[in-house]
Design a binder for this molecule. Structure first.
Ligand SMILES: [Zn+2]
Length: 291
């Protein structure tokens, strides 16, 4: 399958820099200019870090359009300042692209300072971006929080009390189940949209029918879902901020100071094999945008 390619591209940092100095990305950029609407989808898909966890099931079970709307978030909120919006957006993009500086990311960038990829809080799993929301008891708290947000937004938008059956269905949905296996391996073709994907800020398609059953109006259902996910992202961000506070303590106790942290990481090198793969990814990205 096409996904088996990805294990070859584990040296995360290398092409990121090339993406930034953009001489190789002319074709992608031109494409984005002409098709602004699908810009974000394509840029997600042209990053191999996403391809590491995205399989056909998860691709199909994700509501990409709505996920993007929440990501761009301009129409959803009416009360927030633009600064705050931008910070949440930037957080969301980093989260989706595995760019939040977790141990795994730091270890790749600066192995001489961060000698291990393991999460310093549980010492069991690599601290990937997703793991931040899966460490120890975090999933239980966050799953309940997710249901709580939905409950609040539902009442706020419909003026009705939330049916406990709806919340039960949501709580038992596959998208709220933690897939532990995916923490220690790449995604397999059989894997489905799970809590692991929800904490990346993606919206599962299946939530629509569950909620719509209790609202009966498409437009309101959409609003409820988008607002829920906007708040959900704020929760994910607060979780991340809390983790950063704890991480700072860990750094101090391990004598990792500001001077060390500011030292430069390794220089990237050209990965020609990846450039070829990328052309393919752009095609897939286009296909998915149209789907
Ligand atoms: Zn952990």
């Amino acid at each position: 399958s096409i996904f088996s390619i990805n294990s070859k591209y584990l040296r995360e940092q290398q092409f990121r820099h090339k993406w930034n100095d953009n001489n190789i990305d002319v074709s992608v950029k031109e494409l984005v200019k002409t098709k602004g609407e699908i810009e974000s989808t394509i840029s997600w898909f042209t990053q191999h870090r996403i391809y590491k966890w995205l399989n056909k099931n998860i691709r199909k079970e994700t509501n990409w359009k709505w996920s993007q709307e929440v990501w761009q978030n301009s129409k959803i909120t009416d009360n927030k300042t633009s600064t705050r919006d931008n910070s949440l957006r930037s957080f969301s993009i980093k989260l989706l692209n595995e760019e939040l500086p977790t141990m795994k990311v730091l270890h790749t960038r600066k192995p001489e300072i961060y000698k291990d990829k393991k999460c310093p809080f549980c010492n069991i799993y690599d601290e990937t971006n997703t793991h931040v929301f899966m460490c120890k008891d975090t999933p239980n708290t966050l799953k309940n929080t997710f249901c709580y947000i939905l409950k609040k937004v539902f009442t706020q938008e419909t003026g009705k009390k939330t049916d406990p059956n709806m919340l039960k269905k949501i709580y038992n949905s596959h998208f709220l189940q933690v897939d532990i296996g995916r923490q220690i391996r790449d995604t397999l073709p059989v894997d489905r949209f799970a809590y692991n994907d929800l904490v990346k800020g993606l919206i599962p398609r299946s939530i629509y029918n569950i909620v719509k059953n209790y609202i009966n109006q498409a437009a309101i259902t959409k609003t409820v879902i988008l607002k829920t996910f906007y708040k959900w992202k704020e929760i994910l961000r607060s979780t991340w901020i809390m983790r950063c506070k704890e991480f700072l303590k860990w750094e101090i106790s391990n004598e990792i100071n500001e001077i060390k942290k500011k030292s430069k990481g390794k220089r990237p090198f050209d990965d020609f094999e990846y450039l070829e793969l990328k052309k393919q990814l752009v095609q897939w990205g286009k296909k998915i945008s149209i789907e």
